[in-house]
Design a protein around this ligand. Structure first.
Ligand SMILES: [Zn+2]
Length: 469
């Protein structure tokens, strides 16, 4: 399968040509751990999780590195406000981040370096940059000299005038040029710091990613990903640091950036009252993590995506239909290769997840037709072959293709019940006892009480089951 991606560096779609097809290396900027992950934080995690799964399917060995930024002035500020020790804030927030991303079925990256675990590499990069004339020390700071790197601005497409306009607010007496940015800065006794040739200090944010990607993926690697909002200055500065320190042509060959996430059509902000954490979504029910993942994937990763509660409900309804198909008993069937490839093919074209999901839905329709009848004409109009699968075949293809999208991983029966619920089981047992005692009024009261919680009881020959409305 030939992969093709839109490369932010060249602003066009390019065939993916790995540096070493035997070992693909990808770096994605991870969270700064001072607060719960919000919806926007989840988007790159899920997008690049799908890309990692796709790369693993196509290539024999993939190293996916995503960092944890655990030294940052936002963390220091949070510790000062709350009085909680920095180590406690970063440990708890990292654990919360892991739990939330696993609830979205994002696989852990192969390596997850922490910034505090790579201070010697950051100091080494600063020293290399000074030795090569790309950085200078001043008043306990180390600064990157933007004027020393003619290609500065290439990734973001910003002109030197734009860059200066943006940098004007950052004028400081120790800078030779207003556009120069901080690689290392001094720490007072209240602030975390490490001994360095320039005194006790701490790294700037940008040097962290250059150091961690260098350590785990090498001087030049295949793919660098992140949110579109990171292109400038973060990624522009990463490129400048890495290329100038190592004397290479480039840092990463392909730069992929996801678009922003809006809530109800507006940029998410605490002041607008539309700020949502991943936890807020997960609290809506055991279905919500997968429905949110589906929502993230039904929009192309480079487009902006509008979250709303109604959109999340639409995605739940789509998944309800998939799980209803999967819950139906099906004969063991071989997995038709061509059907799996047909669903996954759009992923190779700049990660076109909306088209892959549309094809997955078509296979769901084919499976339903194979079981309960109907005309496949509408699906046939979209498929390369007039498929007439026997029961179980399209189902098997759905399950295999869904693994690359990271969807449909739950037990169909548990999905239909919205996850196990001890309170509901206890209420059903009490209702059965009331019926056995011919206390119909009490049995009806329990059923109505459950209905008020959107839980529908279904009495059948095998006993009483329930589902969420
Ligand atoms: Zn980064």
């Amino acid at each position: 399968m030939q992969l093709r991606f839109h490369n932010s560096l060249t602003r066009r779609a390019e065939d993916f040509r790995p540096i070493d097809p035997a070992h693909i290396r990808m770096y994605v900027c991870g969270p700064t751990v001072y607060d719960l992950a919000h919806l926007g934080n989840a988007r790159p995690v899920v997008v690049f999780d799908v890309l990692a799964r796709l790369l693993r399917r196509v290539f024999p060995h993939v190293t996916y590195a995503r960092n944890i930024t655990d030294v940052d002035d936002k963390i220091n500020a949070r510790a000062r406000e709350s009085g909680e020790p920095i180590g406690a804030i970063t440990a708890r927030t990292t654990a919360d981040f892991h739990a939330d991303m696993r609830a979205l079925n994002a696989l852990d990256p192969d390596v997850e370096p922490t910034a505090t675990g790579h201070i010697p590499e950051m100091i080494a990069l600063c020293e290399k940059l000074i030795a090569r004339g790309h950085a200078y020390a001043a008043e306990g700071h180390v600064l990157f000299s933007v004027g020393s790197f003619p290609e500065y601005g290439k990734l973001s497409g910003r002109s030197p005038e734009d860059l200066l306009a943006g940098a004007r607010i950052d004028v400081a007496p120790y800078k030779r040029d207003a556009g120069d940015f901080v690689l290392w800065k001094p720490s007072d006794t209240e602030t975390p710091g490490w001994d360095s040739p320039w005194g006790r200090g701490r790294p700037g944010w940008h040097i962290e990613c250059s150091a961690m990607s260098w350590k785990h993926l090498g001087e030049v690697f295949d793919i660098h990903g992140g949110g579109h909002d990171l292109i400038f200055p973060h990624h522009e500065n990463e490129v400048a640091q890495s290329v100038c320190a190592h004397g290479t042509q480039t840092m990463a060959r392909y730069w992929l950036h996801n678009g922003m996430l809006l809530v109800d059509g507006e940029k998410m902000s605490k002041s607008l009252g539309n700020f949502l954490t991943v936890r807020d979504i997960l609290a809506r029910g055991p279905w919500a993590g997968e429905a949110f993942r589906y929502l993230l994937l039904r929009t192309h990763y480079r487009s902006s995506l509008d979250y709303s509660a109604a959109a999340l409900d639409e995605c739940k309804a789509e998944l309800d239909d998939f799980y209803a198909m999967l819950a139906r008993p099906a004969p063991e069937a071989r997995t038709p290769r061509a059907m799996v490839d047909w669903v996954l093919e759009p992923l190779g074209d700049d990660l076109n997840t909306p088209l892959a999901l549309a094809r997955l839905r078509d296979l769901r329709t084919l499976e339903n037709i194979a079981n309960v009848g109907g005309s496949p004409a509408a699906v046939h109009a979209r498929t390369p072959e007039a498929w007439h699968p026997v029961p179980g075949e399209a189902r098997a293809a759905v399950l295999e293709a869904a693994q690359v999208l990271g969807l449909l991983w739950q037990d169909p029966a548990a999905w239909r019940q919205g996850g196990g619920d001890a309170d509901v089981d206890a209420a059903i047992a009490a209702r059965l006892a009331a019926r056995a005692a011919k206390n119909w009024a009490e049995a009806d009261r329990i059923r109505d009480a459950l209905k008020a919680q959107d839980i529908i009881l279904e009495d059948g020959p095998q006993g009483t089951t329930w589902r969420r409305a």
